[in-house]
Design a protein around this ligand. Sequence first.
Ligand code: SF4
Length: 168
Amino acid sequence: MDKILKLINKIKEFEDIDEFIDAKAIKTSSIVTAFWVRFKCKYACGNYNTTLDCPPYSPGPEEMSELLKCYDDAILIKCSNHEAPSKIAINLEKIAIGMEFYKAISFGAGSCKHCVKCNLKSCINRSITRPSMEACGIDVVQTAKNNGYNMVDKKDKTLYFFGLVLLK
Ligand code: SF4
C-alpha cells in the first residue's frame, strides 16, 4: 500500500477523534499562502499576540512559502471542531517520522489552548502543540477548495477546520 495512504489509515486507530471527517493526500503545490492572512490575524482575531503559536510569533507567509518548497506531498485533515485537526496532525507527524518521512511537520487549526496563559517566551508543551495553518499565512479556505473541500457546508452551514502534515 502507498505509504501516505497507510499513514491516513492510521487515523482510524486514534482515540477521541469523533470530530474527524476526512483526510486526503495532497500536493504541496495546492497549498496557498497569502499576505492578507497575517492582517486577518492581526486585526480580526482576538488571539493575536496571545500564544507562541499565533502571530507575531508564528512564521509568516514568506517563511511558510519557503518551507513548502522543501516538500512535495502532504495530508490535509478535515474535522468538525478546531481542536481535532491539531491533535490528529501531531500524531500523524510522529508516526510519519517513524515511516521514514523524516522531514514531517504538522500544523493545526485555531489558537493554542494548552496553557491557561501562554508565557510568550518559550513553549512548555512543544510535543503536543503546533501552530495553525492560518497562523503561518496559509489561505486555508482556498487550500481546502483546491483539494475538493469546503470550509462551510453549503446546505447546513457547518463550519469545518483543517490540519496539515507536510511529508518528505
Ligand atoms: S503550549 Fe502553552 S507555552 Fe506553548 S504555545 Fe501553547 S499556550 Fe504557549
